[in-house]
Design a binder for this molecule. Structure first.
Ligand SMILES: NC(=O)c1ccc[n+]([C@@H]2O[C@H](COP(=O)([O-])OP(=O)(O)OC[C@H]3O[C@@H](n4cnc5c(N)ncnc54)[C@H](O)[C@@H]3O)[C@@H](O)[C@H]2O)c1
Ligand SMILES: O=c1ccn([C@@H]2O[C@H](COP(=O)(O)OP(=O)(O)O[C@H]3O[C@H](CO)[C@@H](O)[C@H](O)[C@H]3O)[C@@H](O)[C@H]2O)c(=O)[nH]1
Length: 478
């Protein structure tokens, strides 16, 4: 059996590497239009940072795992074609700022149709609006010139989270396969299930109809993001009342009906999926006339925007209502720890908010390059999810400096903001950092990862998200 995957990104790369690792009898080729990315997959410096990924790629690459730009050849030869291309939020036209832009998906479908001389299973790996399979089916059937070629479309959404992708792929909670309830549909589902069954217990391979599978992906992300917005909403109330959001989260999380995961209050959720997929879900609701349902889910994104804005306002009000010309050290730019991914990271909105008020941001992140930071802070919204974005020019910005390490970022700063929960940030010598800073020296912990009592002993004025306010902040500036 031969598998091709269109799209060598955060999903296509790791997912296909795991398939190849676990299925030595299957040839797996990942293709992409981005030559630089393919070259990186073929090198020792992979295009994405993901713990454990390199070991998996190294074992399978050259054996039965290949990365190539020869899209036509490999798609033409494949029995199963996964499509894992970008499905960004539309930035212009009807549904701008909400609807999914299926340009790249449709382009992939047209490519498959044009090179297919044999029947294929086409697998939706990208996250797509419900009913996409129907549209893609029409594009495939109407554009294939070879008589007798049939396409069976399956929805097989990916649930991996970045930073834990390899573990998630190795031991997924479930694999979901949606397909048509026909003889050929059921046969295609079984073919794909037999691939996953190489390493995943059968009871974890769920099957569903196409629309349920497509909708389950959007719903899963909406529910996960909703938990974060819910606890973040409570974090604001905690600050106003003297409650502690971590104690509240622990108390509710021990209720087995609620559960303890995804209850960490934060400066806001980021990543390429949550916002995009909720906007997409809401837009689908709007499109079918479910205005109230759409508004309900939009509120999850609004609450996230409020949380980022609230954080910026806290910083400015704490620092005597002005950050003009003040250096602020930003620790962490990635949207979460253990990834170099910055797509929709809350750091973008926080830095932009501070810069708008005249602050000078000195940013340090162990995995994000200066070019990426400059590009993110100057790009228009939603541009980051286009195939060419990683190759677009980055521009130096007047009030942004990218520091080589945490000490350089803190040197002469008035404040440190923790925006990503990197483990390394917990181990710093904060006394030494304090000594290098202007006084009063502030710490704004947007992830609640530091030892706040110890920092206060050192002399810092500490703002910890959703925690009782430091008397200094309470008295004058709350
Ligand atoms: N990142 C995640 O954690 C995650 C998890 C689950 C699902 N998803 C979904 O998976 C899809 C891909 O996400 P990603 O994070 O891997 O994106 P990505 O930007 O990292 O990768 C997409 C790749 O597709 C390539 N591409 C686009 N059009 C192409 C074409 N016509 N031919 C060949 N290559 C093409 C791009 O060059 C890019 O390298 C999206 O729909 C996303 O919502 C992402
Ligand atoms: O309690 C929490 C948990 C997460 N986050 C933040 O939420 C965002 C998303 O985190 P996470 O879900 O762990 O990472 P993603 O890689 O975005 O993964 C999500 O999005 C993927 C893309 O669709 C899905 O496949 C995954 O199942 C889903 O978890 C990050 O900014 C986190 O810091 C919090 O603020 N508090």
């Amino acid at each position: 059996m031969k598998i091709a995957c269109i799209g060598a990104g955060y999903v296509g790369g790791p997912t296909m590497a795991m398939v190849a690792l676990k299925c030595p009898d299957i040839e797996v080729v990942v293709v992409d239009i981005n030559e630089e990315r393919i070259n990186a997959w073929n090198s020792d410096k992979l295009p994405i940072y993901e713990p454990g990924l390199f070991e998996v790629v190294k074992e399978a690459r050259g054996r039965n795992l290949f990365f190539s730009t020869d899209t036509k050849k490999h798609i033409g030869e494949a029995d199963i074609v996964f499509v894992s291309v970008n499905t960004p939020t539309k930035s212009t036209g009807i549904g701008a700022g909400k609807a999914a832009d299926l340009t790249y998906w449709e382009g992939a479908a047209r490519l498959i149709a044009s090179v297919s001389t044999s029947s294929k299973i086409v697998v939706e790996k990208s996250t797509v609006p419900v009913k996409t399979a129907e549209a893609i089916g029409k594009v495939l059937q109407r554009n294939c010139a070879t008589p007798g070629v049939e396409f069976e479309i399956l929805s097989n959404p990916e649930f991996l989270a970045e930073g834990t992708a390899i573990e998630d792929l190795r031991h997924p909670d479930r694999v979901l396969i949606g397909g048509a309830d026909t003889v050929s549909g059921r046969k295609a589902i079984e073919t794909l299930a037999s691939v996953y069954a190489h390493w995943i217990p059968r009871e974890r391979i769920l099957t569903a109809n196409l629309w349920s599978a497509e909708l389950a992906k959007l719903t899963a992300n909406a529910f996960l993001a909703q938990r974060i917005s819910s606890i973040n909403a409570i974090s604001a109330l905690c600050e106003a009342t003297g409650a502690d959001v971590q104690q509240v989260a622990h108390a509710i999380g021990t209720d087995s009906r609620i559960g303890p995961k995804f209850l960490n209050a934060s400066v806001g959720f980021g990543g390429s999926c949550f916002q995009k997929d909720i906007l997409n879900l809401s837009y689908v609701c709007e499109s079918v006339g479910l205005k109230e349902v759409a508004e309900y889910w939009y509120q999850v994104v609004s609450m996230n925007d409020y949380q980022k804005q609230r954080f910026v306002e806290r910083i400015i009000s704490a620092m005597f209502n002005t950050v003009s010309k003040k250096k602020i050290a930003i620790y962490g730019f990635a949207f979460k720890k253990d990834t170099g991914d910055t797509r929709e990271t809350p750091a973008i909105d926080v830095c932009k908010g501070l810069i708008r008020d005249g602050a000078k941001c000195s940013i340090y992140d162990p995995e994000v390059t200066p070019e990426q930071i400059f590009r993110d802070l100057s790009a228009p919204k939603f541009e980051w999810d286009r195939p060419n974005y990683s190759r677009s020019a980055s521009h130096m910005l007047e009030n942004v400096q990218v520091a080589p390490d945490a000490t350089a970022a803190a040197e002469g700063a008035h404040a440190i903001c923790i925006l990503t929960e990197w483990d390394a940030f917990k181990a710093y010598d904060y006394q030494a950092l304090y000594d290098k800073m202007h006084k009063p020296a502030f710490i704004f912990d947007g992830r609640n990862i530091l030892d706040h009592a110890k920092l206060r002993e050192t002399g810092f004025i500490v703002y910890a998200l959703g925690k009782p306010l430091d008397p200094f902040l309470q008295k004058n500036y709350s």
